[in-house]
Design a protein around this ligand. Structure first.
Ligand code: ZN
Length: 611
């Protein structure tokens, strides 16, 4: 081999080795589950497809929306599930095997015949884009690392979850209702981050130009998280485009079955770790779910939209639990669906343990799940067109009035209270909670038309009851001031001379405070038979000045207490005074003087004898 060919061969080997090292490094980012095979999209040919579909659904299989005909149904299955269907003797046709989405995207770009084709971003490109928008619109945009902000565990593959906050005065936590848009709980639903990014773009570019957008950004604290399942998204992008769950071993958890509400009920997700709808080892067992709970406990979202794909339908209410407002949710979902261009198509969720159901249950949120598009991974241009189509649905959500809202505060101090609101006329059977948040005491109620008695309660406060009448477009602001239980006043302080002279007037100042800021009266014993009998009224913290003359020499203990307007009394306070100067003190001085004279006398005598 000539020297020239040797150099060329070595160079080629070097380039090839470097390339494979780079490729391996890329793949090292992703943990491939124990099963190395990918998911499959299959069709089952059966006689009674509807019955088979409902049996398979209850067994935790992921039957594809709208795929059920009289003789067939489609599913996406894990390798173990495929195996179990084969064992059960089904006639199975494999339509497609899972493969890296990036391969599919490369093929699409190659087939686009040189047209400019940006394609779906991967996870790091999505996060980069969020930071780019933040730097372009710093006065209304801020990216939050929620994992860090809320001190929760990162995902199994050590990733953090991000959300973009969009609001005027974005650096401040303002007293405004919070709005949440979240995408991609399910990894393969890669159209949903595209919708979230499109929303971010609209809200920023059109702010101060479009009146609806300007009002939304000014009036809400808007939070948008494009990818709630970062491990799964990355895995779908670089390994298995049909991946649905997160990447927690052995085979991932369905994040939209892991929320605490209904987790343990008969219509929760699967208990089989190899099922597509495995609900996890316990309620909120997953870091992603824990992040959402911490984030939502902090934000107390008034409105929530959770994007999924596919089906072009708005899911509302619960699966098998009852909610007194279920028909209200359905009619609101119909309006949202119409606004999003889905012709009013609505549906019920397929299980309990879903994210938006938890928001309804835990935060009284106006929460819905929107199944977008008609496939998981349409062309990128079709995904963008879908984002444009559903955008009016987002505007509809912003503009939907909150039936009743306001603040709950302490009637005296004005401090915000976390109080619970009981809607007397509606029967909630699952422990649903309506309450005010701690930062401003802000609360929200979305109510069907009707008249309701609200009972607002908070520990150490009197329950407050009020009747409200709600119509379909009510936007009532109801500010609530709770009156605290009466607490006894604090014992007074006593200030004045500790000793003095008999027959002379002495001035003493008494000061007491009352936790409820009630008006106070003083009861003072001067210890010589005289008393001030409930003198007043004085305001809490106001100085009460009394003069007194002691007629006889002696040591006296002044005693004082106060009572509030409800007759609740403080403890006694004491002050010892001496009139006139203490006799013991006089005696001491006298003895000292005698002593000094004695010493002087002795010294004089000594001097005398010396002479
Ligand atoms: Zn989904």
């Amino acid at each position: 081999m000539s020297r020239k060919w040797f150099i060329i061969s070595v160079s080629i080997i070097f380039i090839l080795t470097s390339y494979s090292v780079v490729a391996l490094n890329d793949l090292n980012q992703i943990t491939i589950p124990n099963e190395v095979e990918t998911s499959s999209h299959i069709i089952l040919h059966v006689d009674d497809a509807k019955t088979v579909a409902s049996i398979l659904k209850s067994d935790g299989f992921d039957v594809l929306y709208g795929s059920i005909t009289s003789t067939s149904l489609e599913l996406i299955v894990t390798p173990k599930e495929l195996n179990s269907l084969q064992m059960r003797g089904f006639e199975i046709e494999i339509l497609e095997r899972g493969r890296p989405f990036i391969e599919i995207q490369k093929e699409r770009i190659a087939n686009s015949q040189g047209m400019l084709f940006p394609g779906y971003p991967d996870l790091s490109e999505i996060i980069d884009e969020m930071y780019d928008v933040e730097s372009s619109y710093p006065s209304i945009c801020k990216v939050y690392d929620l994992t860090e902000t809320h001190g929760v565990s990162p995902t199994y593959e050590d990733r953090h979850i991000y959300a973009m906050k969009i609001s005027d005065n974005v650096d401040q936590d303002e007293d405004e209702p919070n709005f949440l848009m979240v995408s991609c709980h399910h990894a393969r639903e890669i159209i949903t981050p595209v919708i979230a990014l499109y929303t971010i773009e609209q809200l920023t570019k059109e702010y101060s130009y479009d009146p609806d957008i300007t009002a939304a950004v000014d009036d809400y604290e808007i939070w948008i998280s494009p990818v709630w399942n970062p491990d799964g998204y990355e895995y779908c992008y670089y390994y298995d485009n049909m991946w649905r769950k997160n990447c927690n071993p052995p085979n991932g958890v369905d994040l939209n079955r892991n929320y605490p509400f209904g987790w343990d009920s008969e219509c929760s997700g699967s208990t089989d770790p190899h099922s597509e709808t495995y609900k996890g080892s316990g309620p909120a067992s997953e870091a992603e779910t824990q992040t959402m709970i911490a984030f939502s406990n902090d934000r107390h979202f008034a409105k929530v939209i959770d994007y999924h794909s596919y089906g072009r339908v708005v899911l509302n209410g619960y699966c098998c639990h009852s909610h007194p407002f279920s028909s209200f949710f359905e009619s609101e979902a119909t309006s949202l669906s119409s606004a999003a261009g889905y012709n009013g198509a609505v549906g019920s969720p397929s299980a309990e343990g879903e994210h938006y159901e938890w928001q309804i249950w835990a935060n009284g949120s106006f929460a819905f799940l929107m199944e977008t598009h008609t496939e998981f991974q349409p062309s990128y241009s079709s995904a963008l067109a879908e984002a444009e189509q559903v955008w009016p649905g987002t505007i509809w959500l912003f503009n939907r009035p909150i039936s009743v809202s306001g603040h709950i505060v302490d009637s005296i101090t004005g401090e915000p209270l976390v109080a619970s609101i009981n809607i007397i006329d509606a029967s909630f059977s699952n422990g649903e909670e309506f309450f005010s948040e701690p930062s401003y005491g802000r609360y929200h109620l979305f109510l069907p038309p009707g008249t309701y008695t609200l009972e607002v309660s908070c520990e150490n406060y009197y329950t407050w009851t009020h009747e409200v009448t709600v119509t379909s477009d009510s936007e009532e602001i109801l500010e609530i001031e709770l009156e605290g239980f009466n607490e006894p006043p604090n014992k007074p302080s006593i200030n004045g001379p500790l000793n003095g002279k008999v027959g002379v007037e002495h001035e003493y100042t008494f000061t007491a405070t009352d936790p409820n800021l009630d008006v106070l009266e003083y009861y003072i014993k001067w210890d010589d038979g005289y008393v001030e009998l409930w003198a007043g009224p004085y305001n809490s913290g106001e100085e009460a000045i009394f003069n007194h003359i002691w007629e006889k020499e002696g040591t006296y203990t002044i005693q004082a207490k106060v009572r509030d307007e409800y007759g609740e009394e403080s403890d006694w306070e004491y002050l010892e005074v001496t009139m006139p100067r203490n006799k013991m003190l006089h005696n001491n001085l006298y003895l000292k003087l005698i002593n000094q004279i004695q010493i002087l006398k002795s010294e004089l005598l000594i001097e005398f004898w010396k002479i």
